[in-house]
Design a protein around this ligand. Sequence first.
Ligand code: FEO
Ligand code: CA
Ligand code: CA
Length: 646
Amino acid sequence: MTLDFDSEDLPTNTSRNEHFQNVVNRAVNRRGFLFKTGVGAAAVAFLSAGLAGCGGGGGDADPTPVPPAADPDLLGFTGIAIGTDDSVHVAPGYTASVLAPWGTPLFSTGAGSTWAGDASEDAAAQARQMGDNHDGIHYFALAGRSDEGLLVMNHEYTNPQYLFTDGVVNSLDDANKDLNAHGVSVVHIRRTAGVWNIVLDSTYNRRITGDTPMQLTGAAAGHALLQTTADATGTVALGTLNNCGNGFTPWGTYLTCEENFNQYFGTTNTAVPGMTRNANQLRYGLSSAGTSRKYEQYHDRFDWQKEPNEANRFGWIVEIDPFDPASMPKKRTSLGRIKHENAAYAIAADGRVVVYMGDDQANDYIYKFVTAGHYIEGDTANNRDLLDTGTLYVAKFNAGAVANDMMGTGEWMPMTTANPALAAYATQAEILVNTRLAADAMGATPMDRPEWVAVHPQTQEVYVTLTNNSGRSTTDDANPRAANVYGQIIRWRETGGDPTALTFEWDLFVLAGNPTIAQANPLNKGSANVTSDNTFNSPDGLGFDRDGRLWIQTDGNYSNTGNYANQGNNQMLCADPRTKEIRRFFVGPVECEVTGLTFTPDSKTLFINIQHPGEGGNSHWPEGGAALPRSATVVITKDDGGVIGT
Ligand code: FEO
Ligand code: CA
Ligand code: CA
């Protein structure tokens, strides 16, 4: 197995600690500044902290200089205007090209070896072609190379209006085709003469679908709540669904995150007396009737009245070894069952691995998992099942010393049977299957829809997109707007720079907003780092590159009117975490979201995904003309061959 982490090496503990101390100093000094402003003025101070003052004196200036990253000027590109047309736009001096759209064959013979370009492909063909709705993505280098690797990506859900001639599932083959358009693709790619192509028929090429056998592992595996008619052992599930964001591990595996799994479970039978949804099914949002996908009409396992535990086998993080095509994916139950967005890791000084995770629902929570075991570089036997044993925590964000200043303190609360708040649960398995209900009982802080988590490669500061929450009525320091239509990014620093710490300090990195229109609530103009040049809504995808640039992707309202005027199509921006400056780098086509990002080890190729272009029927991207719109990967390179973002 060849890993790609060389370029992403964490700094030595010494430099990491120095860097971290500077980050902590900055937070402390900022708090000092805000103390003087008084409570009432605190939010105004947050809003008015000008970027012009970032060299010193501004409220968000770094009083203590942060050591320079590899490139002292992280944002080296010229920001671009919004886009509203049906094409992609990228910063001057960069080129974007399309790779591996939905339906692309991975094999040159047999089912699915050609693409008809319409809805005529059947389930067998779809099982061997790229799935739909590309989302989280990761490049695993082969032999450390930046011109050849395995691109692994999620296919979150499907667009039935393009998948089926009549736009709906109404046959067994339709249901199976839809299942096969879900899941994950492992694609061997190679760059030749500057162009990235799929290596057809590579033994690495693999489709994992909504029907692929996978092992349930960890503390809930085998529990009665995971047992079904087809699997009395509760240890082998079929398929992974609604794979949204992703993660990867230091030992070279891919993590795919099951998000809105509830939408696949309904019932064809509404007449069985006494069969009502239990507290778990209600909390996770299973339908009381049929689903729009109609799987329950063709496979009993998707009918919760017939198989009440099948849905319990979804909502997990799944670990996949892309280098072993014969390996069985593993659903790691110890990390909890939520609507998982993505997963981002940090490594503690003692080698324990910490995985940060968000639950994407309005007023749901942020979690972390701390392994009991210790990561040892290169020791596959030691590392392979680290994610099966450890402690799950849920976050509480406190206001801190000052209310309404958009910073505070926080704590991690252990989700174990030893916690008196969870006395109602007899076993860890029951806590895990009911993760949301258990967290409800612990007083975790309801957040504005936690999306992606990203860990700074040097400081290990953690950033999370809170995409929006139009239903919020009660505000708090971390979620400061009622009817939050724009979203924010929160970040925290674990106490002592230790990812396993039980306390942390947090602040808001950006309040997204729209300063180009009249706003009754001044907070809706956004924080000081939001301008008429970079205005955006609904931050979602998030990730750092090796140098510490923070890349922000949006999945928001693209109407370009009303609250969203002058924000255009969904986009990708880049931020300097030190100055908080944000610039627009990329804009997607009509009715898409921009999601997922990964770099080659040399950071000279960036892969991102365009999901559901034309979800409203108004795009023909990428082919144009009368072609069906297709989710696809976009490959971005710099024309001078340089590092992306410089
Ligand atoms: Fe699938 Fe929360 O985005
Ligand atoms: Ca506060
Ligand atoms: Ca997302």
